[in-house]
Design a protein around this ligand. Structure first.
Ligand code: ADP
Ligand code: MG
Length: 255
């Protein structure tokens, strides 16, 4: 398939374009990205992406089977993992130029991360978990805004519930509200529907998309579930993006 044919609204494989030379404003730009893992005495390449960019404001779904490197890519984009090679520019910042602690500050200020297992603090109520999202990004905790966000995700009546007192779908919605609480420019969501039944998965995806649009936030979702992909402006099969997976011995056999 030609690169031109692969180009889609919002996300494109830009193999031929040099870094920083894309016409539209971009929120993510990746060039010659390689992530390797050491296992025992051997090393294998988990991610190898020649060039990829995401337009500002776009909502992009990346789908691929378990083990194809989706979480690895999100960790790199969030500055949680340093790649072995390549340039990664997120929200206008070259992550390679930042020290580890500056990457932490950068992430707190610019990125909302939604984990598959939600990462909610168990001892805290829904509204307190959302307030924590503000504290991470060094905003003044604003309880009214936290309540508004919970209302936005349909949980105004669950504000005093702790995670153990909520359904899985409700916990996932709290995680969305918390990710939005820091007013991020970009939300990275790792399998946000992984624990949900198909009905709630569709609802959560719709909610996430709509909430990001309202807040002017770009969104990248990775998922093994092709069912969630249709809800997005743009989708890309991770195998098209990630050269490492295409050449891995287990390619196609991962589950
Ligand atoms: P996905 O999110 O698509 O399931 P991952 O990014 O988690 O894939 O993993 C990609 C590959 O890298 C898998 O083969 C996984 O076993 C391997 N891997 C992930 N994290 C590590 C690690 N810390 N050390 C070694 N191998 C890892
Ligand atoms: Mg994963």
């Amino acid at each position: 398939m030609m690169n031109d044919e692969r180009a889609r609204i919002g996300s494109r494989l830009t193999r031929s374009l040099p870094m920083g030379n894309v016409g539209l404003p971009v929120i993510i730009e990746v060039k010659d990205l390689v992530v390797e893992y050491d296992i025992g005495n051997s090393r294998f390449t988990a991610v190898d992406i020649p060039a990829w960019s995401v337009d500002k404001g776009a909502q992009v779904a990346i789908f691929g089977p378990s083990g194809c490197g989706k979480s690895t890519l999100l960790h790199v984009l969030a500055g949680l993992l340093t790649p072995n090679r390549g340039k990664v520019n997120v929200c206008g910042q070259d992550l390679g130029q930042l020290s580890e602690s500056n990457r932490d500050h950068f992430r707190a200020r610019h990125i909302g991360y939604i984990f598959q297992d939600f990462n909610l603090l168990q001892g805290y109520t829904a509204v307190e978990n959302v307030l924590l999202g503000m504290t991470f990004s060094r905003q003044r905790p604003d309880r009214r805004h936290a309540q508004e966000l919970l209302t936005r995700v349909g949980l105004s009546h669950r504000d005093k519930h702790r995670p153990s007192e909520m359904s899985i779908g409700e916990r996932q919605r709290v995680a969305i509200a918390r990710a939005l609480a820091g007013k991020p420019e970009l939300i990275l969501a790792d399998e946000p529907t992984g624990s949900l039944d198909p009905f709630h998965a569709r609802e959560v995806v719709k909610l996430l998309g709509a909430a990001c649009r309202e807040h002017g936030c770009s969104l990248v979702v990775v998922s093994h579930d092709q069912g969630v992909v249709g809800a997005f402006d743009s989708s890309v099969a991770f195998m098209e993006l990630n050269r490492a997976f295409a050449t891995a011995p287990s390619a196609g056999g991962a589950a």
